[in-house]
Design a protein around this ligand. Structure first.
Ligand code: NDP
Ligand code: 2IT
Length: 444
């Protein structure tokens, strides 16, 4: 049996109850086959694949907090420190009722390769909690964040592990967590990214994932003799990534006609009004029905459905496994040219395969959404030198990173004889740097 198959079998046996983690590992190891086969003896002897699929440590803790009625609530939280071969653990914190260990492990595992692709010195980690921020008062959010950080602060630090935002964790939550870290540890350091601009945050970090997604997509189009100008784009999600993806797509001359949240979706043939969307989602924290109510030509539909709208480019920006095989078939039938993932693992394995086999240029999240964590690493640099860079300076660095990522994954795919397979290219390019660092550092 090949080394890859052997390890896949072990990982499946050990993690049978973690489907998302198995999905992420299967995608990566399958696409690494040409690299592993070329170095099988060395990697097997050093148990590289066993080590890279087993987190350095997994921290699980209880988060008790008091709600507005005086009732004590209890949530379960996680921090998975996956691999620090190339830098301190780095990755977001997800606050959503669906959070469990398998989901945090899939996100932490992907973060190893994504962070390596940024070309910056950051390792892979992820955390989160099954806390549901929806409908909570500001005081409840603060109570939760303070309790969460009271435990988490034992395990993180600017040179150890640097968490950030993800689903349900934005500037407000990062602020409360930073305040509590500082209070307990007494250290004013760049321990979190996505901080507010008055206390060590970086310009462009808010916009970075969405903007970065579009910088990469534009380069992909350009390298295929196309541009963003005049293209119709379907976006899913209506959160941080989706909002700034829509904004940048419009700045590039494309028209985004859809967005969605966990209860419904919008088709707006005039193009999504980003300022209105920001007001509904960032300020009012309301449902998309409020968006539709303010736009006479926009349609609101319950449930899911953005991928049935005809488009040139699809950008899934909500959550994992939201673009299914039937959606892939619809996109192909509608003539979609490119799918680039703003979310983490939004496309199922069979949908990815279908898109690739039908000539759609498909760039997975590890490459396409790396702009967020890349700008987090730029925030860490600014914190270390105690300076802040201008918007244009950070934006130019972000753009350069995304264009470089595109060319690195394209080159890696070509080097291993799978030209145009950007999923394999990303996994290979991300893996190459991490494996060299692991081998150099010995058995650890
Ligand atoms: P937000 O919490 O800001 O927004 C998430 C959006 O997705 C919301 O519109 C939410 O709907 C929707 N959504 C969440 N869960 C579901 C679900 N189960 N079904 C349908 N819709 C859902 O998160 P982000 O925009 O930050 O994150 C979106 C994706 O991008 C995630 O996969 C995240 O891991 C990834 N990502 C984020 C980065 C960042 O810097 N923030 C960086 C790289 C990747 P509702 O409003 O109803 O909750
Ligand atoms: O999935 C991701 O890359 C993020 N949520 C951002 C992580 C970070 O550390 O900025």
């Amino acid at each position: 049996m090949s080394y890859v198959d052997e390890v896949l079998e072990i990982v499946q046996k050990k993690n049978a109850d973690q489907p998302e983690f198995l999905q992420a590992v299967t995608e990566v190891l399958d696409s690494l086959r040409p690299v592993i086969d070329a170095n099988e003896e060395l990697y097997r002897k050093n148990a590289i694949l066993e080590r890279i699929t087993e987190p350095d440590r997994q921290i699980i803790f209880r988060v008790p907090w008091v709600d507005d009625k005086g009732q004590v609530q209890v949530n379960r939280a996680f921090r998975v420190q996956f691999n620090n071969a190339i830098g301190p653990y780095k990755g977001g914190l997800r606050l959503h009722p669906s959070v469990n260990l398998g989901i945090i492990k899939f996100l932490g595992f992907e973060q190893i390769f994504k962070n390596s692709l940024t070309t910056l010195p950051i390792g892979g980690g992820k955390g989160g909690c099954d806390f549901d921020p929806k409908g909570k008062s500001d005081r409840e959010i603060m109570a939760f964040c303070q309790s969460f950080m009271t435990e988490l602060c034992k395990y993180i630090g600017a040179d150890v592990d640097v968490p950030a935002g993800d689903i349900g964790t934005g500037a407000r939550e990062i602020g409360y967590m930073f305040g509590q870290f500082k209070r307990i540890r007494g250290s004013y350091e760049g321990v979190l990214t996505g901080k507010g601009l008055t206390y060590g945050g970086s310009l462009v970090r808010t916009e970075a994932t969405g903007y970065g997604l579009l910088y990469l997509t534009e380069e992909l189009m350009k390298c295929h003799g196309e541009s963003m100008q005049g293209k119709t784009v379907c976006v899913s999600g209506a959160g941080n990534v989706a909002i700034y993806a829509i904004q940048k797509a419009h700045q590039m001359g494309a028209k985004v006609v859809t967005c969605s949240d966990s209860t419904g979706w919008i088709y707006d043939p005039d193009g999504i009004d980003v300022e209105l969307l920001k007001d509904v989602k960032e300020v009012k924290r309301a449902r998309l029905t409020e968006y539709a109510a303010a736009r006479p030509n926009a349609q609101y539909h319950e449930g899911r459905g953005v991928w049935q709208i005809k488009c040139d480019i699809a950008l899934p920006c909500a959550t994992q496994n939201e673009l299914l095989l039937e959606d892939a078939k619809q996109l192909v039938a509608n003539g979609c040219k490119a799918v680039c993932e703003g979310a983490n693992m939004p496309t199922t394995l069979d949908a990815t395969k279908y898109l690739q086999e039908n000539g759609v240029w498909f760039v997975g999240g590890k490459a396409a959404n790396a702009g967020g964590v890349a700008t987090s690493a730029l925030e860490m640099s600014q914190n270390s030198e105690r300076l802040s860079w201008s918007f244009d300076e950070v934006d130019a660095k972000l753009k350069n990173i995304m264009v470089t990522i595109y060319h690195n994954i394209d080159d890696a795919a070509k080097r291993y004889g799978v030209e145009g397979d950007y999923v394999a290219g990303a996994n290979i390019a991300g893996f190459e740097k991490v494996v060299q660092a692991m081998l150099a550092q010995g058995v650890c």
